[in-house]
Design a binder for this molecule. Sequence first.
Ligand SMILES: [Zn+2]
Length: 129
Amino acid sequence: MATKSKSKSKSKTTPRLKIRRGDLVEVLSGKDVGRRGKVLEVIPEDRRVIIENINIVKRHTKPRPVKGTRGAQMTPGGVLDMAAAMRIDNVALVCPSCNVATRVGYRITESGEKVRHCRRPGCNKDIEK
Ligand SMILES: [Zn+2]
């Protein structure tokens, strides 16, 4: 009756990433260098991000039943343009205040909240919305 633990140990700390879902980022290297897009997904374990309209790959799919519809609905098959994950080191956050791909720092507010801020000299504004 041993319970099999399949989940990863919780003590393993998730790397703290400076890029979050919904951020606007600029691509620093690769075929999409210089382009900007919104972060759709962050995968901390892999240090990867998925960015809207960046790093597009063609994915061939077959029609499949949509979950929860008992096969009443099918997903359309065909070739889909999908945004593939890319390395988080290859993108930089675009500061909403100065509109430049920038380095990000953290600071603690008076209420103890951790907020990101732009480290560009002369800007230094908080990045949180
Ligand atoms: Zn800035």
